[in-house]
Design a protein around this ligand. Structure first.
Ligand code: HXC
Length: 514
């Protein structure tokens, strides 16, 4: 074959790889952002990237597009290995027409989405785009809609991770929103349905892009993003970490790390519950004691902090942890914490990750704000998510398990497999003070010293119910254990449950109270 033919190929490859050109890549670097290809290089194991559709170009001619053609059309797509495991990836190239999405670009993404689903492999999307390619009109909108549809069909079949590493605005936000986890880069990324200009016109509010839809906003106020990273590099490392806890698809189990069994007793946990039941303590400390060293990856760290969710490992195996947080709003359940935990539970259940639930919950948050915004239907989401989960589910009640929240937090009654309680557990309809006030109202009001009477009745109620033994007598709690034994018990229990088979009744799909 003539060398000119090789030269032509080499030249085309070179052209495709330069994206929008050196100047635009430099501008990207100046903003603190990496290029689309640099991101892929960092994400994948060295030398494993196989590109698909490198020479694809659009065929549009309107509004000068006929003169703006780039090999690859502004998105780099393909597959490769992350720590030896296959993933499919697309990386939007902001240096080519602002990474905007047109017909050919969208078709490149569909191709890898189809391959990812057919082959049971995770899909990672690196987003950095001005949205629908304005010059291409409705075909760009159609491209987005097709991606949304494929995101939805893939949901629960393969894990889908999104990184937001630049603009993500308008309807474009809905593709990441349909995926399992979003990670946003601080300072250089934003997500909103309508930007600050439209907001100003319609509502007269003045707000910056960062305030409206930056990483911090979505991590703490809206809960749209599950993770934030301070740089592109940190974001990529975080994506790799997320992948390490999850299986390739819904038929598989998450990878297991080697683990040398040792002394699994954790004596410090015997001292963690304060003598005064109203005092908070650090539930993250409990989590770090019961999971393998440094294995806890918190999800939604800054959002609805009254509940803690995240991945961890127990004897090398992935688990999902859901825990009330007594240090924030006393660990009460509210709308946001129900949404946060409900979604996490469903992810774990979709991908065969057992659930460990640590309970210290005083109930649901009272008030008009909660009632008017739908704590009933939102709290029901968490109840539903736990009830339909068929993965191994283990509960440890560390202290309070009051009222409806006791039922919701993975109680035996809604299908948990093993329920443990610490001796400090209090399983009751409500706290002793409130309970005494209601059921002994007459005695208290008629007593010569009503304060003293109230205290006595409170003690009576406490003596009867502020313990785990009545629940244990009924079998609602399988075993009362010392806190120091918790890790050991969980490891043994998950081993016992590892071949659990549980099926939901045949149905098209349930109707979770959305
Ligand atoms: C075509 C686009 C584009 C777009 C940016 N560019 N967005 N080209 N379609 N959507 C081009 C610019 O013309 C410019 O080309 C280059 O990309 C870089 O853009 P700049 O504006 O110079 O960059 P910057 O100042 O960093 O601003 C980035 C930006 C801005 C904030 C994203 O470009 C912007 O506001 N773009 C439009 C965003 C938008 O409204 N998109 C449609 C959203 S609606 P040159 O050649 O001059 O360098 C949507 C609907 C999805 O996406 C529908 C799903 C249902």
């Amino acid at each position: 074959m003539s060398t000119e033919k090789f030269d032509l190929l080499n030249e085309r490859n070179r052209k495709a790889e330069e994206g929008g050109g050196a100047k635009r890549i430099e501008a990207q670097h100046k903003k603190g952002k990496l290029s689309a290809r640099e991101r892929i290089e960092l994400l994948l194991d060295k030398g494993t990237f196989q590109e698909i559709g490198k020479f694809v170009q659009h065929r549009s001619v309107d509004f000068g597009l006929g003169d703006q053609k780039y090999l690859g059309d502004g998105v780099v797509t393909g597959y490769g290995l992350v720590n030896g495991r296959l993933i499919y990836v697309f990386s939007q190239d902001f240096t080519v027409m602002g990474g905007s999405l047109g017909e050919a670009y969208a078709q490149k993404i569909f191709k890898i989405m189809d391959l990812a689903m057919q082959n049971g492999v995770p899909l990672v999307g690196l987003n950095d785009s001005g949205g629908a390619r304005i010059q291409e009109g409705v075909v760009s909108l159609a491209g987005y809609a097709d991606i949304f549809y494929k995101n939805t069909l893939s949901s629960g079949v393969i894990p889908q991770l999104s990184a937001i590493m630049g603009p993500c605005a308008g309807g474009a936000v809905y593709s990441p929103a349909l995926t399992d986890f979003i990670t946003m880069v601080e300072g250089t990324s934003y997500m909103f349905v309508t930007g600050p200009n439209v907001v100003k016109t319609v509502t007269h509010e003045e707000v910056s892009s960062e305030e409206l839809g930056g990483a911090e906003t979505h991590a703490s106020k809206s809960g749209v993003t599950h993770f934030t990273a301070s740089t592109d590099l940190e974001c990529i490392e975080l994506l790799k970490k997320q992948l390490s806890y999850i299986p390739q698809n819904c038929e598989e189990r998450a990878p297991q790390l080697p683990y040398d069994a040792g002394n699994e007793k954790r004596p410090s946990l015997d001292h963690i519950i304060p003598a005064n039941a109203q005092q908070p303590y650090d539930m993250k400390q409990v989590i770090s004691q019961i999971t393998d060293a440094d294995s806890f990856l918190e999800v939604h760290k800054g959002f609805a902090q009254n509940i803690i969710v995240g991945f961890g490992r127990l004897a090398g195996k992935s688990v999902g942890i859901v825990a009330n947080n007594p240090q924030h709003l006393a660990g009460v359940l509210d709308i946001n914490s129900s949404l946060k935990a409900g979604r996490f539970v469903r992810f774990c259940d979709s991908f065969n990750i057992p659930l460990i639930v640590l309970v210290d919950v005083p109930g649901f948050l009272p008030g008009t704000d909660q009632e008017w915004n739908g704590i009933i239907s939102n709290g029901a989401k968490l109840l539903y998510a736990f009830s339909e989960a068929t993965v191994p589910r283990v509960t440890v009640i560390t202290r309070k398990a009051y009222g409806g929240a006791y039922d919701v937090m993975n109680s035996k009654h809604i299908g948990a497999d093993m329920n443990f309680a610490w001796p400090s557990a209090e399983i009751a309809v409500m706290g002793a003070k409130g309970a005494a006030e209601i059921i002994f109202k007459k005695e208290i009001s008629e007593a010569a010293d009503s304060e003293k009477q109230w205290k006595e009745k409170e003690k009576e109620y406490n003596d009867k119910f502020a313990n785990p033994y009545i629940a244990a007598e009924r079998g609602y709690v399988d075993e009362v254990i010392l806190p120091s034994q918790t890790r050991e018990k969980l490891i043994i229990t998950l081993e016992m449950l590892k071949n659990k088979v549980a099926k939901l009744p045949k149905k098209k799909h349930g109707n979770i109270p959305l």
